[in-house]
Design a protein around this ligand. Structure first.
Ligand code: FMN
Length: 202
């Protein structure tokens, strides 16, 4: 079969994309409103794109009614955010933090999660997670202006906090210890436990 995007409703296009482009890593993101409310939400339109300077991009899309998510509004106002590890241990909290919650309420408080001060940004970071990356906004690139349209939030990583418990004897991240989770289509998630190694060609 073929899917001609020009003849496909937006919601169906979204469902095709998120079922086909998989697995997608998850950014678990704290932001802070101008009035100091700490927001937490997961985003699987996410990846890293270079290291000099270190760059991450994620996309809080516009809602189905064309509105901005709190994460996007907060970053527009403050220019800062923190990305946290999305791991098997926290999968229920990650999912729960995606609930629609009024802007005046904090998902961090509702879920009873602990935060600590960040060093380079004013946005607090989650305590007790395997890693957290303090980021400063470089640019927001909106692509489209209708429902489910992208907003590429391009951030520069300023500081990475790593729990040494996820490191192997060689001092590198052990994927089994990190135990990252990722999103597939529908309500499916996957974990990073079935691993294999391939050496890159010279
Ligand atoms: C695992 C997971 C991944 C998600 N990925 C995205 C995403 O990439 N972009 C997006 O706009 N919403 C995504 N969502 C939905 C948002 O988390 C949800 O709309 C949330 O309420 C946004 O919170 P905010 O309004 O506090 O920013 C995802 C939800 C889950 C559970």
């Amino acid at each position: 079969m073929q899917i001609d995007i020009s003849e496909t409703p937006v919601l169906q296009t979204y469902q095709w994309l998120v079922s086909l482009v998989t697995p997608r890593p998850i950014a678990w993101v704290t932001t802070q409103s101008a009035t100091g409310i700490v927001n937490l939400a997961p985003f699987s339109f996410y990846n890293t794109f270079g290291a000099n300077p270190p760059v991450v991009v994620f996309s809080p899309v516009l809602t189905q009614t064309g509105g901005k998510k709190d994460t996007l509004s907060n970053i527009e106002q403050t220019g800062e955010f923190v990305i946290h590890a999305a791991t098997q241990r926290d999968v229920q909290a990650i999912n729960a933090s995606s609930a629609m919650v009024p802007s005046e309420e904090s998902e961090v408080e509702l879920l009873g999660l602990k935060t600590v001060r960040s060093q380079r940004v004013a946005v607090p970071r989650l305590a007790d997670v395997p890693f957290a990356m303090e980021c400063r906004l470089r640019q927001i690139v909106p692509i489209g202006d209708g429902p489910i349209s992208a907003n590429l939030v391009i951030g520069e990583v300023l500081m990475i906090h790593v729990d040494e418990a996820i490191l192997g004897k060689d001092g590198k991240v052990d994927p089994l210890k990190l135990s990252a989770v990722a999103r597939l289509g529908g309500d499916y998630w996957c974990s990073s436990t079935d691993l294999f190694e391939i050496k890159r060609p010279g």
